[in-house]
Structures are given as structure tokens and as C-alpha cells.
Write a protein that binds this ligand. Structure first.
Ligand code: FDA
Ligand code: NAD
Length: 434
């Protein structure tokens, strides 16, 4: 089979790939120089839509509506855009071996791709219950969500099991977003997770109490502090019962599992330096091998603000890291330098009528402000995190665009705070005056 040569190859066709392509076009790329190789069958799109509007019972989002870069208010890059720019989209193509020494990638079908510069943007894959050998976990209708094909399976199952019972395994992002959207589809929803409260990596007990109360009021049943340890199926192979560690058994027509993700870096094992579960980079997303960059979920990069190194599995970083890497590549070609990546962590989620944003670091002491009663008609509340007398992180539910901008500024500037009481009393007023 003939080899294909490119000056730049982006391996992976997700969010980071779309934003990297746009940056290449901005910086100037000649037709035929850049290729994106993706195992997905579609051009890069905004993955967050899959757990939200893609699953709505009415007015659901569909491609080409949410190709990158609409998620951040930018131009929608349709397949024709790539064609016009001479950027080759090599879709439905899984790379199965990567040899960095010879700068060669090989696909499952045996195609060979050579590059001068490689950007690894492979993202993450879902952790499956079959990975832990949970008994019966290979039953039909035990579903996961990462790519658009997974979302289509969910859409099918929702249609087929109208009014049925859904068990959501996991109390993280997927758990919370999927249980909400399943309820909107008029399914009977039960969430199960092992921790004492949902989203424990970010939420305090108080934040979680609001969301758990709000979800319960909507009709979501929540079972905490236990695990799914087995499944029973019908004769046709479809899941029937979820068995919990505490002995309870739940009937289920559909099970959605969201128990975390794993960065996809196996192709490079032993070839690149790793740290904190990802591929280690510098502030320009250069890896330990010359001409190889990595961005998005797989990159472990220096977090300048906090003086440490981290891996971030959120869309804002995937976009910004992609842009940073391309800028660094183009600058180095003309012997110029660019500023180091200086990332302010930004995470968000939306479900029902709720929408929260978080900026900064959730370390130190935390204090709540505002109305966090799940019974309120218009709940609006937030949290400040204070470390060494400075405000280092802010969470806000139902903020306006201006208020969200204000909390981002606080997290970036880290203003001093006299006391937790001051912040609790001033609430959003504290952020607005910074
Ligand atoms: P991404 O996963 O987007 O892309 C990786 C691409 O590489 C995929 O196209 C994959 O097929 C391809 N690939 C991998 N291995 C390959 C191989 N060997 N050969 C060829 N192709 C290969 N974040 C947030 O901040 N807010 C939100 O609301 C959400 N919502 C959300 C919903 C859902 C359902 C998911 C799964 C994730 C989110 N996220 C999120 C997280 C966010 O989407 C995620 O951090 C980014 O998509 C990461 O971008 P990457 O480009 O790194 O990976
Ligand atoms: P997560 O890490 O947010 O949550 C995993 C949850 O799984 C844990 O909180 C825990 O409750 C549960 N869990 C772990 N082991 C379990 C077990 N054996 N049995 C039952 N529950 C168990 O991961 P996720 O929700 O699966 O999300 C996957 C990826 O998608 C992450 O990278 C996440 O950042 C991303 N995502 C982000 C958003 C967002 O930012 N709004 C939305 C959806 C997905």
C-alpha cells in the first residue's frame, strides 16, 4: 500500500483537532500539508453536545450543527471547509501502531502515514465495567458515551424503551448530565454511585446537596455509597437487573455507565515520557520526542499559575492547548518564541434549567454564598475557595455572562480575603468589585 506523507499530522479528530486545524488555517498552511486522522466517521465536532442537546426529546442537536468551532462562538468548520483549505480529513481510520523513531503511523487497514510534525490528540476512552470483569456487564443495552456512535446507540435505546427504567452507574459528569436528559425523555431514572455525594472531585458536600435535592425533586432516584457488582439479562441478551453491592437489585431496561475516562496513549508506550497518567509536555505542548506534540485530554502540562503539572479532561483546555501547540509550531519555524501556556482551569456543566461554571483551584477552605435551596424557584449560589488568605477558586450556579466573567477574574487574580465570613456576606458583590 502506498505511503502518504504530510508535513503535519493531527492524530485524533475530536475537539482539539478541530481547534488546531482552525489555528493552522489562521497561521497559514499550504494545501496538502496538514492531515487529520480520526477513527470517527465525521469531521471534528463539539463533544459536549453529546450528553446534552444531542439527547433532547425535541429539537435535538445533529451534525452538521455542532462541528467545531461553534462551541466557543467561532466559525463552524464543515467538511467543505477542510477541502477548501486543502486539509485532508482521513476519517474512519484507526491508527494501530505509531513508530516515533521513523515518524510512521499505520492504520488498522495497513495504510502508512509519514509526518514531519505530529500532534497527538487522541483524547480519552471510557472505562468499562467489563474492564473490572463485573459479572454480566457485557449485556445488551449497557451503554457508554464518548463518541457520536455511542450517542446514536443511546438515542435508539431511548426510542425502543419508551417509558422504561434506566439505571445510571456513576455520579460524575456523565452520571449527572445523562440522568437529567434521560428524565427529560420521560424514562424512570435511578442513579447509583459509590461516594457519599456526587462529583466529589469538585463538589463540596453543600454543592452536591443542592444538585441531589434538585434532581430528587425532578424525580431522579439516587442511591449513594454502593456499587453495581453484577447484571442479569433477558433471554435475548438485554439487561434486566442491576445487582448492587449492598444486596439491592434494580430493574433496568437501559443502563448508562459513566465511571470515568482513561487518556488514550497506549500507542506511544515506552516512546514518550509520561506523568500523572498522561503524556508529559512543556508549556508549548512539546513532548520528550522532537517534533511530537500532544494536546487535550492526553497532555500532562505545566500549570503555570499553580507551579505544578496537571492533566485536564475538559473542553476549554482541549481548545486552548490545541491553539497553543499550533502557535508554538509555527513560531518555531520562523525562529520566534511565544508566551508559555498560562491556563486558568475552567469547567462547566448544564442540566435541566441549571448551569454552573467553575474557575481556578478547589483547594483550601470553602465558603458558600447565595440561595442554594433546591426548593427555590430561582436558586442561585456560589462557592469561594480560599488558600493562604487568597481566593483561588470560584463556583457559580445560574450566573449571568457578566457574573461568570467576574468570577473568572477573581480566580485569575486571586485577591486577598479578610475572612470566610466576609466572602459569605458579600457573595457575588465580592467578585463584582474585583
Ligand atoms: P476528543 O475525545 O475530543 O477527541 C479524540 C479523537 O481521537 C476522537 O475523534 C477519537 O476517535 C480519536 N482517536 C483516538 N485514538 C485514535 C486512533 N488510534 N486512531 C485514530 N483516531 C483516534 N468538557 C467540558 O468542559 N464541558 C462539557 O460540558 C463536556 N461535556 C462532555 C460530554 C461528553 C459526552 C464527553 C465524552 C466529554 C465531555 N467533556 C466536556 C469533555 C471534553 O469533551 C473533552 O475534554 C474533549 O473532547 C477533549 O478533547 P480531545 O480532542 O483531547 O479528545
Ligand atoms: P468522572 O470522573 O466525572 O466520574 C466518574 C464517577 O464514576 C465517579 O464520580 C464515581 O461516582 C463513579 N464511579 C467510579 N467507579 C465506579 C464504579 N466501579 N461503579 C460505580 N460508579 C463508579 O467521569 P465521567 O462522568 O464518566 O466522565 C467521563 C469523561 O467525560 C471525563 O473526562 C469528564 O471530564 C468528561 N465529561 C465532562 C463533562 C463536563 O465537563 N461537563 C460532561 C461529560 C463528560
Amino acid at each position: 500500500m502506498a505511503e502518504k506523507h504530510f508535513k503535519y499530522v493531527i492524530l485524533g479528530g475530536g475537539v482539539a483537532a478541530g481547534y488546531a486545524a482552525r489555528e493552522f488555517a489562521k497561521q497559514g498552511v499550504q494545501p496538502g500539508e496538514l492531515a487529520i486522522i480520526s477513527k470517527e466517521a465525521v469531521a471534528p465536532y463539539e463533544r459536549p453536545a453529546l450528553s446534552k442537546a444531542y439527547l433532547f426529546p425535541e429539537g435535538a442537536a445533529r451534525l452538521p450543527g455542532f462541528h467545531t468551532c461553534v462551541g466557543s462562538g467561532g466559525e463552524r468548520l464543515l467538511p467543505e471547509w477542510y477541502k477548501e483549505k486543502g486539509i485532508e480529513l482521513i476519517l474512519s481510520t484507526e491508527i494501530v501502531t505509531a513508530d516515533l523513531a521513523s515518524k510512521t503511523l499505520t492504520s488498522a487497514a495497513g495504510e502508512v502515514f509519514k509526518y514531519h510534525i505530529l500532534i497527538i490528540a487522541t483524547g480519552s476512552s471510557v472505562i468499562k465495567l467489563t474492564d473490572f470483569k463485573v459479572q454480566g456487564a457485557d449485556a445488551k443495552n449497557i451503554l457508554y458515551l464518548r463518541e457520536i456512535d455511542d450517542a446514536d446507540k443511546l438515542v435508539e435505546a431511548i426510542k425502543e424503551k419508551k417509558g422504561g427504567k434506566v439505571v445510571i452507574v456513576g455520579g460524575g459528569y456523565i452520571g449527572l448530565e445523562l440522568s437529567a436528559v434521560m428524565l427529560l425523555n420521560k424514562l424512570d431514572v435511578t442513579m447509583v454511585y459509590p461516594e457519599p455525594w456526587c462529583m466529589p472531585r469538585l463538589f463540596t458536600a453543600d454543592i452536591a446537596a443542592f444538585y441531589e435535592g434538585y434532581y430528587a425533586n425532578k424525580g431522579v432516584k439516587i442511591i449513594k455509597g454502593t456499587l453495581a457488582v453484577g447484571f442479569e439479562s433477558h433471554a435475548n441478551g438485554e439487561v434486566k437487573v442491576v445487582k448492587l453491592k449492598d444486596g439491592r437489585e434494580l430493574e433496568a431496561d437501559i443502563v448508562v455507565v459513566g465511571v470515568g475516562a482513561r487518556p488514550l496513549k497506549n500507542l506511544f508506550k515506552g516512546q514518550l515520557e509520561e506523568d500523572k497518567g498522561g503524556i508529559k509536555t512543556d508549556a508549548f505542548f512539546r513532548t520528550s520526542v522532537p517534533d511530537v506534540y500532544t494536546v487535550g485530554d492526553v497532555a500532562t502540562f505545566p500549570m503555570k499559575m499553580y507551579g505544578d503539572i496537571r492533566r485536564v479532561e475538559h473542553v476549554d483546555h482541549s481548545r486552548k492547548s490545541a491553539e497553543q501547540a499550533v502557535k508554538a509550531i509555527k513560531a518555531s519555524e520562523v525562529g520566534e518564541a511565544i508566551e508559555e501556556y498560562d491556563y486558568l482551569p475552567y469547567f462547566y456543566s448544564r442540566s435541566f434549567d441549571l448551569s454552573w461554571q467553575f474557575y481556578g483551584d478547589n483547594v483550601g477552605d470553602a465558603v458558600i454564598f447565595g440561595d442554594s435551596s433546591p426548593e427555590s424557584e430561582k436558586p442561585k449560589f456560589g462557592f469561594y475557595w480560599i488558600k493562604d488568605g487568597k481566593v483561588v477558586g470560584v463556583f457559580l450556579e445560574s450566573g449571568t455572562p457578566e457574573e461568570n466573567k467576574a468570577i473568572a477574574k477573581v480566580a485569575k487574580l486571586q485577591p486577598p480575603a479578610e475572612s470566610l465570613e466576609q466572602l459569605a456576606n458579600e457573595g457575588l458583590g465580592f467578585a463584582s468589585k474585583i
